[in-house]
Every structure is written in structure tokens, then in C-alpha cells.
Design a protein around this ligand. Structure first.
Ligand code: SF4
Ligand code: SF4
Length: 276
């Protein structure tokens, strides 16, 4: 379990614990924290600069900046079964332009989904019913595309077959605001995490395992892995997984016609149990 499961999920998956967000929401509104993209952008720049600093500077400053960024905006890779569970607690879904793809001038295909989660508990209801909080009514959808949960989920299943990796995102952690469908060539967070080591997008709570007895060496899985975690052995005509690189997205599983790939709880695989 990642640190957010311990902090916000009572040892369960943090992104499924809406009742805990409700409690946090109450205290957050009292503290009046505000999500500010400019502050986030400046912290990201500082983080990138500190990465190039001498070791002793990095050792002191990097954990502080990383925590600030993750407290503002944090993502985690999800397999499709956990996406389905999140849709089970969501009350509004809108499809919106992907910021990363837009920034890279890639053709806009609306791979990102804004979601709002119904807070639970009497006290939380009092808070969200205050004028201006807009939490129960969901997003301002006038210039966004409102979609049903069923339609959104169907889109996610299709994206997975296309090799896109799902992730859940917060704006003021732990409030989940969005689900994305990313690939490494366009996703800023994925590139920051995998290439630059600025990890504000964690691995999934899972890791993949490949059964060599079932594998026929077709390599379809290798073509879709966004994290370079798969390799091929010509000697025995089998694919294999480097669990140290695996983000547990399950996209390889979706394209394997031999049912040779399964996901396991990360916590049950000691070598990667604490690798995020
Ligand atoms: S897609 Fe399945 S059968 Fe093909 S190489 Fe990967 S694990 Fe083996
Ligand atoms: S090997 Fe791991 S990271 Fe790569 S596609 Fe499969 S589950 Fe995702």
C-alpha cells in the first residue's frame, strides 16, 4: 500500500475511500486551501532545478518540494478494475481536452475525464451545501462534454486496447478530480516520473506477472507497455517482465490473447512492495 492508502485510506486503496475525502473536505474548507496552477508550476520548476544540484542540497530540498507538489497534485496508475470501482462512487463525469496533448500540439481527442465524488456524512453535506462550493452539483459543464458513467467506462476499455494507461488524479490531495488515459510520448507526468525521476505519479497498487508456459512469444504486450518493463527472449521465444520497471497498469494483459499475464497486489511481491 502506498503512503496515501495509509494516510487517507485506512490501509485500503485511498482513491476508493470517499468517506475519508468528506472528512478531509470539511477540514480543508476550514483551512481554505486553494489549488493554484501557478504555484504548482513554480514548484515543478524548483524540483527540476534541485534535481541538478549537489547531493547534499538535493537530499534536503527534494523531499520537501516533492511533498508540496504531491499534496497539491498527485496521480497514480490504475488497472481497469479499479477504474470501474471509482466510477461506482462518482456522481458526475465530463470529458475534457487533454492538457498534455494540447501543449504538445497533438491532435485533441479528449482522453481526460473530470469526475466529482459524492461526499458522505451529515457534516460533509452541510459543508458542500454552502453556496459556492459546487461539489454536489459537479463541474461547470457548459463548455465541457458531459458523458454517462457507462459511456466513459466503455471509452476506457477501448483506450486500454489501444495501449493507453489509466491514472487517477487529485487537485489538493486526496480529492480526486480526474481520470486520464496516458501514453509516454505525450504525458507530462509520465515523462517526469519515468525519465526525470520526479515522481508525482505513483505506480499502481499492483504488479504484473507473466506465465511463460502460456506465452507464445507474439510480443503484442511489448508493443503497448508504456514503461519499458517488457523484454523478449529470442532463445526461448517468450516475453518477460522486469517487475522493477512495471507500473502495474495491466495494459499488457488487455492485449494478451493467451491469458498469460495477471496482476498481483504489489504488497504481495516483496521485491517491489515499496517501489512507487
Ligand atoms: S501478448 Fe501474451 S502471448 Fe504474446 S508475448 Fe505477450 S505474454 Fe506472450
Ligand atoms: S509490464 Fe507492467 S507497466 Fe508494462 S504494460 Fe504490463 S502492467 Fe503495465
Amino acid at each position: 500500500m502506498c503512503e496515501y492508502c495509509h494516510k487517507h485510506g485506512e490501509g485500503k486503496k485511498w482513491y476508493l475511500q470517499a468517506k475519508n475525502y468528506s472528512q478531509d473536505l470539511e477540514s480543508d474548507l476550514k483551512k481554505r486551501r486553494v489549488f493554484d496552477m501557478n504555484v504548482l508550476g513554480k514548484d515543478m520548476q524548483k524540483w527540476a532545478q534541485v534535481k541538478k544540484a549537489p547531493f547534499f542540497v538535493r537530499a534536503i530540498q527534494e523531499p520537501r518540494i516533492a511533498e508540496r507538489v504531491r499534496n497539491m497534485h498527485f496521480g497514480q496508475v490504475l488497472p481497469i478494475e479499479d477504474v470501474e470501482q471509482i466510477f461506482g462512487i462518482v456522481n458526475n463525469v465530463v470529458r475534457l481536452p487533454c492538457f498534455c496533448r494540447k501543449a504538445r500540439n497533438v491532435k485533441e481527442q479528449r482522453y481526460c475525464y473530470g469526475i466529482s465524488v459524492l461526499p458522505q456524512g451529515e457534516e460533509a453535506q452541510k459543508v458542500v451545501n454552502k453556496p459556492g462550493t459546487g461539489f454536489l452539483s459537479g463541474y461547470e459543464t457548459s463548455d465541457l462534454e458531459k458523458v454517462s458513467k457507462e459511456e466513459a467506462l466503455e471509452n476506457f476499455r477501448q483506450y486500454e486496447k489501444e495501449g493507453l494507461c489509466h491514472s487517477v488524479w487529485t487537485a489538493l490531495t486526496p480529492f480526486i478530480v480526474g481520470l486520464c488515459n496516458c501514453d509516454r510520448s505525450d504525458c507530462g507526468a509520465m515523462q517526469s516520473a519515468v525519465v526525470k525521476g520526479m515522481s508525482f505519479m505513483y505506480r499502481a497498487e499492483y504488479v504484473a506477472e507473466l506465465d511463460p508456459e502460456l506465452c507464445n512469444g507474439c510480443r503484442a504486450c511489448m508493443r503497448v507497455c508504456q514503461f519499458g518493463a517488457m523484454a523478449y527472449s529470442a532463445g526461448n521465444n517468450k516475453a518477460y517482465i522486469d517487475t522493477g520497471k512495471c507500473y502495474g497498469c495491466g495494459v499488457c494483459r488487455a492485449v494478451c490473447t493467451k491469458d498469460a499475464i495477471h496482476l498481483h497486489d504489489r504488497a504481495s511481491v516483496p521485491a517491489v512492495a515499496n517501489l512507487w
